[in-house]
Design a protein around this ligand. Structure first.
Ligand SMILES: N[C@@H](CCC(=O)N[C@@H](CS)C(=O)NCC(=O)O)C(=O)O
Length: 312
């Protein structure tokens, strides 16, 4: 991670745990908002075509949920993307050898020190970069999916796609934190647990959430909250897409595979077939990326399977 703008040590997946060995995720520190004005002043980050660049890793579910919203809203021409290399190395995320169009940089952590020369924290994806003021607007995917869902509607974002509709906000707000803690972050809590107790707590949560989601689909609805896709589906899908590929094996979430959840499996297939979504699921990046986490897989060997997974 970076401390006061200096890269300090070899990259480690876990830098913080509590006294029972539970993985503790850091808080995101850039929280600017496109189009939002403070008082009478014009917005610090106006919605502008081509001004912002999104940095992602295709292995990463948090980055992929932002890519999904970018595709669903038709923002591909408005927000260019840089995809980092799939394998994380001693200095974290690395840019492709062909280089990075905005910065003369090899590593993502250099983006963070450009934004804040004294930055302390992890250099994570996703990050939304402002090419004009050369800073990171926001590096929290929960903010970014909400922001991209609306902020660019005036300049080309598809206004018919409303992932956070008024009528469903209360339900999304009720379910999103549960899905986050038990499923999206639950798999990480299982994979990055440093005690048996912390692992067991996490793995129990993961399967309790899969069971609950399977039940929600029992009445034959198309998506989790009805006939329309919402932000909740985006949040759930990114974890389902990685489940059999990485979480069952590497993160030891192996009570069941997704094959044991026929409704969720069918549902994930439906989301995958929406325009632009399949391109956000890169099976090779996901497998190579997760299995490059040396702390969990010292040999770096990438398994041949599984044959069965959401994007198969
Ligand atoms: N709160 C962040 C978390 C993002 C995150 O943890 N990204 C991981 C990849 S899945 C990362 O970049 N890790 C690099 C590191 O921890 O050094 C978000 O949801 O946007």
């Amino acid at each position: 991670m970076l401390i006061n703008g200096q890269w300090t040590e070899r990259w480690q997946p876990v830098q913080a745990a509590d006294d029972r060995g539970r993985f503790v995720r850091q808080r995101s520190s850039f929280r600017g908002w496109i189009g939002r004005a403070e008082g009478d002043a014009p917005p610090r980050f106006p919605a502008t075509r081509g001004r912002y660049r999104l940095y992602v890793a295709l292995v990463c579910p948090w980055a992929s949920r932002v890519l999904m919203v970018r595709a669903l809203k038709g923002l591909e021409d408005i927000i260019p993307v840089t995809v980092v290399e799939p394998r994380i190395d001693d200095q974290g995320w690395r840019f492709c050898p062909s280089g990075e169009p905005e910065l003369d940089a090899r590593y993502l952590h250099q983006l963070y020190t450009r934004a804040d020369p004294r930055y302390t924290g992890r250099a994570t994806v996703p990050a939304l970069w402002d090419r004009e003021t050369r800073t990171i607007v926001n590096n929290e995917s929960a903010d970014l999916i909400r922001m991209l869902g609306r902020a660019f509607d005036g300049i080309g974002g598809d206004p018919r796609v409303d992932l956070y509709p008024e009528a469903l906000r209360a339900e999304i707000d009720r379910l999103a934190p549960r899905v986050y803690s038990r499923l999206n972050n639950g798999v990480y809590r299982a994979g990055f647990a440093s005690t048996q107790l912390a692992y067991e707590e996490a793995v129990t949560d993961v399967f309790a959430e899969l069971d609950a989601l399977e039940r929600m689909l029992e009445d034959g609805r198309r998506f989790l909250l009805g006939e329309r896709l919402t932000e909740l589906d985006v949040r759930v899908f990114v974890t389902l897409a990685r489940f059999d590929l990485a979480y069952v094996g590497l993160f030891r979430c192996n009570l069941r595979t997704l094959a044991a959840y026929p409704r969720l499996r069918g549902y994930a297939g439906r989301v995958l077939e929406l325009p632009g979504i399949r391109a956000t699921v890169d099976v090779e990046h996901i497998k190579r990326g997760y299995y490059s986490i040396r702390a969990l897989n010292p040999s770096g060997i990438v398994p041949a399977g599984p044959a069965e997974h959401v994007a198969a």
